[in-house]
Design a protein around this ligand. Structure first.
Ligand code: PGA
Length: 261
């Protein structure tokens, strides 16, 4: 089965509104000569405060080549949850994706597998697509518990979700030690872990869903690594941090992924 690749830029807590608009415009300009059908699904995830302006810039361009994501959400629709933003509020700005369970959220904001599961369920119920992150620390890798840790993260994240919804979801394997360090995980090893994730998905949601779910690699992806990553059997694209902050390098990564489309 051919799975349409996804290249998602996680802008983290970078870029004010003007910088965010300039970046998304630069990306759309960079892919303007490539037919939409030849592109991977391109996703950008600005900070919450830039979402309205980036949404407007995407609508103004009208090319339909770049989709919008939030970097987080709360699973309840509304209520007394100071500081949180609900999916329905994100949906107002025509976002299609929400990143959940990023290791920075797990590490600095105590996000648990149970919270990730609640968010995934609520995102899918709202008709959006979760990008569910998982990944091991260096200590876990050295202790030989990578596969068990990731299996536990994904099994919990997908609990109670219908196979048809699992099939629509996106998973990102991001070894924590590879994030922002310049130490990309060896592509063959990343592919092995991603195959393991696919087997876990088959276990919880059936072979059909496992065949359809897109599983990305994330962790120091850059224009010089994308070819090798996309050449692997089970890597369906990339979640990109640092290299998504410049239009040129992000567009080069998108172009690298065009070969897998
Ligand atoms: P990086 O970040 O590409 O800067 O390593 C990836 C991520 O955290 O999603």
């Amino acid at each position: 089965m051919t799975r349409r690749p996804v290249i998602a830029g996680n802008w983290k807590m970078h870029n004010d509104t003007a910088e965010s608009v300039a970046l998304v415009n630069g990306i759309m300009e960079g892919v303007k000569d490539i037919d939409k059908s030849a592109l991977p699904e391109v996703v950008v995830a600005p900070v919450f405060t830039s979402i309205p302006a980036v949404s407007e810039a995407i609508a103004k361009c009208g090319c339909g080549k770049v989709a919008l994501a939030a970097q987080n959400c709360y699973h309840e629709v509304k209520g007394a949850y100071t500081g949180e933003v609900s999916i329905y509020m994100i949906k107002e700005f025509k976002a299609d994706y929400i990143i959940i369970g990023h290791s920075e959220r797990r590490q600095y904001f105590s996000e648990t597998d149970e919270m990730v599961n609640k968010k995934a369920v609520a995102i899918l119920n709202a008709g959006l697509t979760p990008i569910i992150c998982c990944g091991e620390s260096l200590e876990q890798r050295e202790a030989g518990v990578t596969d068990a840790h990731i299996a536990a993260q994904i099994t919990k994240a997908l609990e109670g979700i219908e196979p048809s919804d699992v099939a629509k979801s996106v998973i990102a394997y991001e070894p924590i030690w590879a994030i922002g360090t310049g130490k990309t995980c060896d592509s063959v090893e990343a592919n092995r872990v991603i195959k393991t994730i696919r087997a876990v998905v088959a276990n919880v949601a059936g072979a059909g869903a496992a065949d359809k779910v897109r599983i990305l690699y994330g962790g120091s992806v850059n224009p010089s690594t994308i070819d090798e990553q996309m050449a692997q059997s089970d890597i369906d694209g990339a979640l990109v941090g640092g290299a998504s902050l410049k239009a040129d390098s992000f567009v080069d990564i998108i172009k690298g992924a065009c070969k897998g489309v």
